[in-house]
Design a protein around this ligand. Sequence first.
Ligand code: UD1
Ligand code: MG
Length: 474
Amino acid sequence: FNLPPPPAFPALQACLGFSILTFVGSLVAVPAVSAALMAKGIQGRDLLKPGGRVSGPMIPECLGLPIACLYILLMMLFIPFPFSHMFNSGRKGQIEKSVGRECFPTSELTLYLSSLLSLMVATLLGFIDDLFDIRWRHKLPIPLIAAIPTLVVYYSEGGLTSVVLPKGVGRWIETLGWGGWVGSKVIDLGPLYYIYLLLLPTFTTNSINILAGVNGVECIQALIIAASVLLNDLLFLPLWPRWLLVALGGIGDPDAGKILAFAGGEMVQRHLMSAYFMGPMVGVCAGFLWHNWYPAKAFPGDTFCYFTGMAFSAVALQGHFSKTLILFFVPQIFNFILSCPQLFHLVECPRHRLPHYETGTNLLHPSRVIFAKRPAAHTRLVLSVLEILGLVRLERAAESPSPSTSEGSVERAWTAQKGDIVSSTNLTILNFLLVRLGPMREDTLCSVMGGVQVGCSALAFWVRYGLGAWVYGG
Ligand code: UD1
Ligand code: MG
């Protein structure tokens, strides 16, 4: 009788199994470890519940640690699977190398191991941050250093440092007489590209951490980004009918579909590697979301944010799709840019910028920063521009002193003149959503944020395969 053909991608099937394991594992591990963390005092108040800062419920914090450990250990167990074909018929790398036949793909193994190394450093950094609340100036350089192993591996692989120029720009540059330095289609950024790659992990780790504070919100971001990266990886594998891929690309230019449909050798390998990391990441995030969803029984802590953020930049570096990854981070980029005036102390930045909880109605309102002194001219300018763009709601002094709003009463330490800006909503995407859409429950806000993330991912796919082909093709 005929045996069924062997699976085309045996390791991909194993990856599915490992993803189910990480899902079930984090479902089980989180409640199992919670009591031990609470006993060690690793806990935080759920600030957006009755009692808030003073007597809100105590929730175990830093649950990112057990799930990161679970993930890293399972990823170590997974190492033999992508190379399983090499274990047949005694294909030992060194011996084969000497006779010039197929040898062990050590470069892929190095990529895999360097990614694991970066993930471990990120987990360590997150855990230290959870325990000691380290300062920004101390925590910023750590992801930079953690990225070095992956970058050196990137270099050793003959890493690309050029970017494709949009249609027409190349020709325009040539007419300016710079054609020798810039190719007609690509521009080589050289060391600048490495600086960008070095900054990528710093951005992905911190951007998830500052879009936080509402039950489930860190986790839902990571889950949707992981699922988007996984979907993007799967598109490159020869699993789909060609017409589907051509149709996907055909939104802008059928060539994009053809790129996917005919993606060959190295490209397939790179996306396969990324899928091995992202499948279990989807599992771990989905399992954790179960416990982190409103009302949260566990907090992710900084460990979770750093660990997931580093995983995304590691796969993007090893898969050579860092620009596509950036497209999946549009909500985080928006939140970061909006946060800049507070992060760089142009506008006062309180310790917590999460929304304001109103006990009677159980609704969240935008939280406010109340100025301790009259804002400087440049601060007033920035805030006024943000107000015109509809990104913040400002409060100006009226003739009657100390106006009070539903978002907390304003008590000023200085005497404001009529028209002075006395308070502003905090500059985060969560507060922005509350300013635009009105007060809502904590779980609704988390779902809205998830919806924004899904919408941005859909847009990212369109930009990458539709608009991208149109802008860069031809
Ligand atoms: C970042 C944000 C901060 C936000 C905090 C919330 C910046 C610059 N920093 O700080 O504005 O308030 O995250 O995570 O944007 N918590 C809840 N509910 C949740 C999750 C967390 O109440 O669903 C509270 C708990 O008290 C928990 C604390 O937030 O203990 C965790 O804060 P931490 O992660 O240490 O804050 P940062 O990352 O420094
Ligand atoms: Mg945090």
